[in-house]
Ligand binder design. Structure first.
Ligand SMILES: C=C(O[C@@H]1C=C(C(=O)O)C=C[C@H]1O)C(=O)O
Length: 246
């Protein structure tokens, strides 16, 4: 059996659907975890494959990107934000999202190279997301951000800001194995992922919709599941800019 850890957010539902509706389901054990844990499990070899934050790839002794599907965006993504009490140029404290790896690092890359400000970083903030301090901002990703854009004074969509900065798409998470896997299995995995993406309209029929967030637009148009050459170029640049952070 091949062990897989995938992201437990709504944007991964099409992939999960594909894995559960394809014959591959007999060959795998699937667990759903927050992104930082997907990465940790793959690094500790508790799983063979992870849909892991691309920022964690550099922590793996061996890695293989085994799919041309991913969690990415071409401009606005609608679920990766800096929410702030003040304009970004005035931020003094930045709380990081404990569930994230890629977006925390993307925030740091943009603050340094694009906005050119270096706030103090706060990890594991006690009052995460609720600081009354006027110069505090926080990174937040995934379903917890749905419906929140109207609740904060200043809102920055990090995939849109990355595109403003570089002109490129962005990849947040990729399907990565920590060992070489059989080609036939990889082929089946990709068929299953494609099946899930092709089943999105059927998935919507059984999905609880929200009044405060357009899930159909999000899963059809905002999350961009194709690991294009443009995203691969973005990934190289992102890893380089990450390695230059102090
Ligand atoms: C677009 C998203 O991408 C996610 C962001 C990640 C990160 O910041 O480490 C990891 C996995 C992705 O699922 C999201 O979930 O909102």
């Amino acid at each position: 059996m091949i062990k897989i850890s995938a992201v437990s957010y709504t944007n991964t539902i099409p992939f999960i659907f594909g894995l559960q509706h394809h014959p591959i389901k007999k060959d795998i054990i699937l667990s759903l975890d927050v992104p930082s844990l997907c990465a940790q499990k793959l690094i500790e070899d508790k799983v063979d494959i992870g849909l892991i934050p691309v920022a964690a790839i550099i922590d793996l002794p061996e890695h293989h990107i085994i799919s041309d599907y991913c969690i990415g965006a071409n401009g606005q993504v609608n679920s990766v934000f800096i929410f702030s009490n003040c304009p970004i140029k005035d931020v003094k404290y930045l709380q990081l999202d404990p569930q994230s790896k890629s977006s925390n690092n993307l925030a740091l890359v943009l603050l340094k190279n694009y906005w050119k400000v270096q706030p103090e970083l706060v990890e594991k903030a006690k009052e995460y997301g609720r600081s009354p301090h006027p110069n505090t901002a926080f990174v937040q990703i995934g379903d917890r951000t749905f419906g929140k854009v109207d609740q904060h004074s200043f809102v920055y969509d990090l995939a849109a800001e990355w595109k403003n900065f570089t002109g490129l798409e962005f990849v947040f998470a990729a399907w990565v194995s920590n060992k070489k896997l059989d080609d036939a299995f990889i082929h089946k995995l990709n068929q299953a992922l494609k099946l899930g993406l092709d089943s999105r309209l059927e998935i919507f029929e059984n999905m609880d919709m929200r009044k405060d967030f357009d899930l159909v637009d999000y899963l059809m148009h905002k999350i961009d599941y194709r690991l294009t050459d443009n995203k691969k170029e973005a990934l190289k640049l992102f890893h380089r800019l990450m390695s230059e952070l102090d």
